[in-house]
Design a protein around this ligand. Structure first.
Ligand SMILES: *[C@@H]1O[C@H](CO)[C@@H](O)[C@H](O)[C@H]1NC(C)=O
Ligand SMILES: *[C@@H]1O[C@H](CO)[C@@H](O)[C@H](O)[C@H]1NC(C)=O
Ligand SMILES: *[C@@H]1O[C@H](CO)[C@@H](O)[C@H](O)[C@H]1NC(C)=O
Ligand SMILES: *[C@@H]1O[C@H](CO)[C@@H](O)[C@H](O)[C@H]1NC(C)=O
Length: 354
């Protein structure tokens, strides 16, 4: 060990003090693996991924890699955000973020109120790959100032963690917001319509309960181990889920977001993030509601002869899952085309060459 110390010392002396960087990982601060998890009955029969989840389930604090201290209540006109778009995005999804910035998630004034955007992200890969992807987000941050990133591994089982980290961040950094859209980066959201819908709400300026989306009631955990959504009893014992809204996209008031944040402090993490939000709501005795314009399970087109990308259909919706970036870009422009005529006549089901 003496040898390695002297090598390290020589290495350091080659750098002038301005190039010296402090150690980036605080080992003593890192969340410890819960070794008692092995005592859970049937632990050894579970997949490595679920075992990993149980070992680290209690970990809720991770270092912030990219922050947005001025996003809410900053010195510029962003002080009052009417609708904050909070979009879950993995580091690799560069093309999705780029098209969203140009389309429905563009930061802008609509109907006299501000729409702002935040992408929330963890890390991916190891070693050079992780570094490269972190660098990508860093470059995007310099140009767009719209990324919150924490140093935890992105995975299906860590989606709830991402959600909690965002709510905690919001609780300390972001109170000048009325409403939030929380969603995925592969949905098409008609954010103009959302603002108009929210502005039309009587008696709610964000200070009372609102949680609406594609409502799912009477769902229960998938107990078949071959499914992507498999949740064994060791992870969630009850055979039912409370009502919740599909995680592709839902709207909530600041009031409700803060209530969920508070409840999340005393709610054990379950890996499915939208179910977890439902659990936090249930704990606060608040109900999620259905919105007919939010379709997170995809769409149904009545006839094969109709174009499934008919802009007239999307003009009326609030949100729909799922869209490829190229379709997103074209659709956003189609629904804003002043010459677009929508009605009941056959002519309006225009051919749209995809
Ligand atoms: C590292 O963690 C310890 C223990 O939590 C804390 O006291 C210390 O301030 C941390 N250091 C840095 C550089 O974050
Ligand atoms: C560790 O896991 C055991 C078994 O599930 C559990 O009883 C205990 O509360 C966990 N500890 C922490 C710190 O979460
Ligand atoms: C969640 O992230 C943490 C921190 O990076 C990691 O240790 C853990 O393995 C991840 N959990 C899962 C189930 O991927
Ligand atoms: C929102 O409405 C409540 C109750 O009507 C009112 O007390 C509050 O001042 C309003 N908040 C803002 C930011 O306008």
């Amino acid at each position: 060990s003496r040898d390695s110390r002297s090598i390290a010392k020589t290495g350091t002396s080659l750098l002038d003090s301005s190039q010296r960087t402090p150690p980036t990982r605080n080992i003593s601060n890192a969340c410890q693996k819960n070794l008692s998890a092995v005592k859970i009955s049937g632990f050894r029969s579970l997949s490595a991924e679920i075992q990993d989840f149980l070992y680290y389930r209690h970990c809720r604090h991770f270092p912030t890699l990219l922050d947005l201290p001025d996003k809410c209540g900053g010195a510029d006109e962003s002080k009052e955000i009417f609708l904050l778009l909070v979009i879950k995005s993995s580091p690799v999804n560069y093309d999705r973020r780029e098209v969203l910035r140009k389309t429905w998630a563009k930061e802008r004034l609509h109907n006299g109120v501000w729409i702002r955007r935040i992408f929330i992200s963890g890390t991916m890969g190891d070693g050079y790959e992780k570094e490269r992807l972190n660098k990508l987000l860093e470059l995007e941050q310099k140009e767009h100032n719209d990324i919150l990133q924490w140093d935890f591994k992105e995975s299906f089982f860590n989606l709830t963690l991402k959600q909690i980290l965002f709510l905690d961040w919001m609780e300390t950094n972001c109170h000048y917001v009325r409403f939030l859209l929380n969603g995925d980066d592969d949905v098409f959201a008609n954010t103009d319509n959302m603002v108009e819908y929210l502005q039309g709400l009587k008696d709610n300026n964000g200070s009372t309960h609102l949680f609406t989306g594609h409502l799912i009631s009477y769902a229960s955990p998938v107990r078949w181990s071959g499914s992507k959504y498999f949740i064994p009893v060791q992870v969630h014992k009850p055979n039912s889920y409370p009502p919740y809204c599909g995680g592709g996209g839902f709207l909530m008031s600041l009031y409700t977001a803060l209530v969920i944040q508070k409840m999340s402090q005393v709610t054990t993490i379950v890996p499915i993030d939208d179910v977890y939000m439902g659990m936090c709501l249930a704990k606060a005795k608040l109900a999620p509601a259905a919105h007919m314009g939010i379709k997170t399970l995809g769409w149904y087109i009545p006839s094969k002869t109709l174009d499934k990308y008919d802009p007239c259909y999307f003009k009326e919706l609030l949100l729909i899952h799922r869209f490829l970036p190229a379709h997103m870009y074209v659709m956003w422009h189609r629904i804003h085309d002043p010459s677009l005529k929508c009605g009941t006549s056959k002519k309006t089901a225009m051919s749209f060459g995809w």
